[in-house]
Write a protein that binds this ligand. Sequence first.
Ligand code: AMP
Length: 249
Amino acid sequence: MKVLVAVKRVIDFNVKVRVKPDSTGVDLANIKMSINPFDEIAVEEAVRLKEQGLASEVVVVSCGSTQSQETLRAAMAIGADRAILVETDAELQPLAVAKLLKALLDKEQPQLVILGKQAIDDDCNQTGQMLAALAALPQATFASKVEIDDDHAIVTREVDGGLETLRVKLPAVVTSDLRLNEPRYASLPNIMKSKKKPLDILNPTDLGVDVTPRIKTLKVVEPPKRSGGVKVPDVATLVTKLKNEAKVI
Ligand code: AMP
């Protein structure tokens, strides 16, 4: 079973993002970038399937600038076998990424495709669902457990107030949730090994995909600054303040 995993290069989750002064987006200059955390979980899951003898090959794919090669090397240090970069400096929106991944699915014919449930930079939570629709494949999103049962995947999903278990026929698209697993730290020998693993580079035209954005971002602004709290002497004062100042009751 070949597993294809999509990984995105995003601003590291520890970085406090700064909005550009002209409000057109987020400042990326001199910022630490990392593999999207949900994608790291997706890679870990695919590698575990390989370690259990259920997957034969783990292929990681990223779409973006040439720097995404670092992200792919990080995924190969976790244990992926090879990588594909769809290189472009164009702004990529989820539909464009889904179309690129669909073109790669046609080429690679994986049995299982794992994506993160969302990229922490755009918070779209769309690409996996769009890919499943474009490729006419079953989908199981927000997976907190994945088991392979012959030609089916049994996927447990975290839903409001409980867990839902789905059975989907392979090939299928699965998106990873936070509790699916805890990714390992890549060891130094594996980081060294990852540098020698194959990494192919294509571009959107090779795949026949038009990545022109469909959506225009009008404005990006920082959240309002939080004002300091105050201590109130008693409940009566609290209620008065909530009524007259905060106007929430
Ligand atoms: P999103 O729909 O943007 O929240 O992204 C959901 C998932 O799609 C991510 O966790 C990745 O697995 C995948 N994805 C999104 N953008 C890219 C990209 N540029 N390259 C590779 N995978 C991506």
